[in-house]
Design a protein around this ligand. Structure first.
Ligand code: TIU
Length: 232
């Protein structure tokens, strides 16, 4: 629950054009949250492909994500990376998650990048272009949402975060779920539209609409250009 936490009176020092209206935030109380940019989803042989998806679509956003990450680091902003990851015993993978559907390999099975969606395996590593550096937070999450069964909310609170910038994959699954969880915990969140991708282009487009509809029912959306300008 977010009530009971002390929300800082942050001095707003940044403002970018966004939908449904300008997104205002302070660098020292805003985190860049990069969802699941791990090999499992972006490279052949991982979880994304076992589900029957064309994984080549996702790598198109890597240069844009990297540009934002580099600029955010240079500005001194907090960075959070997440990975969809289960422990080796699959004790945090509900049978319903493992058994659903007809994937070519299930969570925990051995694929060309090691065990599918298991922590520590080669496929579970964040891609080299976006690899975490010392001082950045890395969250292993067993669910689609980054807040479920993780310490993310506590860590963000400890750092005094009130605003979140979201990038990563996939837009309508782990990114949207995490944004909705953040919204319910009281964060103002912006989705960077050219830094997120889906295996289904229509789902990406619809998710962007869903986020900023109804006066920002989930949050804000904007391309990264405005952010890069204010960080320059
Ligand atoms: N399948 C799919 O689109 N996504 C996931 O399973 N996980 C994330 O989005 N990270």
């Amino acid at each position: 629950m977010y009530w009971g936490h002390t929300w800082g009176e942050a001095t707003i020092d940044m403002k970018i054009d966004a939908k449904p209206f300008a997104f205002e935030f302070a660098l020292h109380s805003t985190a860049l949250v990069i969802i699941d940019m791990q090999r499992d989803f972006i490279e052949p042989g991982g979880f994304g492909q076992t589900l029957g998806n064309d994984v080549s679509l996702l790598s198109a956003i890597v240069p844009t994500c990297r540009a934002v990450l580099v600029a955010w680091r240079k500005a001194g902003g907090l960075v959070v990376h997440t990975r969809e990851a289960h422990d080796a015993q699959l004790s945090n993978c509900p049978p319903a998650k493992r058994n659903r559907g007809n994937p070519s390999l299930r969570i925990g099975d051995v694929g060309s990048m090691g065990r599918i969606l298991v922590a520590g395996e080669p496929g579970n590593q964040i891609i080299a272009a976006l690899a975490p550096v010392v001082g950045e937070i890395v969250i292993d999450k067993p669910g689609k949402g980054a807040f479920y069964a993780t310490a993310l909310h506590d860590m963000l609170q400890q750092h005094g975060m009130t605003h979140l910038l979201f990038m990563g994959v996939t837009t309508e699954v782990c990114v949207q779920t995490s944004m909705r969880e953040a919204n319910d915990r009281g964060y103002d969140s912006l989705l960077l539209t050219d830094c997120t991708e889906s295996y289904f282009p229509q789902f990406k487009a619809q998710t962007i609409e869903m986020v900023h509809a109804q006066g920002g029912i989930v949050g804000w959306t904007a391309a990264s250009t405005g952010l890069l300008q204010v960080l320059d």
